[in-house]
Design a protein around this ligand. Structure first.
Ligand SMILES: [Zn+2]
Length: 133
């Protein structure tokens, strides 16, 4: 249900620039509620990336995605102390970056399980404990 719904996209918007001032991320485009705001024009790849975020928000009734997105960011940041890496390793971003190059991704995407599958990405690539000699 609602698989074909797309967000309303605004190109050449000032909003990403404002948001970048208050977050560690220099975002080109931002998906928020039923809207997407982009600094310049949106490529079809970026449109798919942002539409994936829209679908993630939709299935978590928007607020759920915002809270989880913030949770994953903070969790990553506490481990990595790196805003950019914390952003890229967010399961919602991992799904969007991996899924967007596939033009059929949004048609075949599974509800919830799609981003959920990426949630342990950081742990699996994590540090191994050094053993004492
Ligand atoms: Zn994204």
């Amino acid at each position: 249900m609602f698989k074909n719904l797309k967000p309303i996209m605004f190109e050449n918007s000032r909003i990403p620039g404002w948001v970048s001032k208050f977050t560690p991320i220099d975002a080109y485009a931002i998906s928020f509620f039923i809207f997407v705001f982009a600094k310049g024009e949106l490529s079809s790849l970026t449109k798919r990336h942002e539409t994936i975020h829209f679908q993630q928000q939709l299935e978590l009734l928007f607020v759920g995605q915002w809270l989880l997105y913030a949770y994953y960011f903070v969790r990553n940041y506490m481990k990595l102390k790196d805003g950019k890496m914390s952003y890229y390793l967010n399961p919602f971003e991992l799904e969007a970056f991996v899924g967007a190059p596939n033009i059929n991704y949004l048609k075949t995407r599974k509800r919830y399980s799609s981003w959920w599958a990426y949630r342990k990405q950081y742990k699996s690539g994590g540090h191994s404990k050094k053993t004492k000699k």
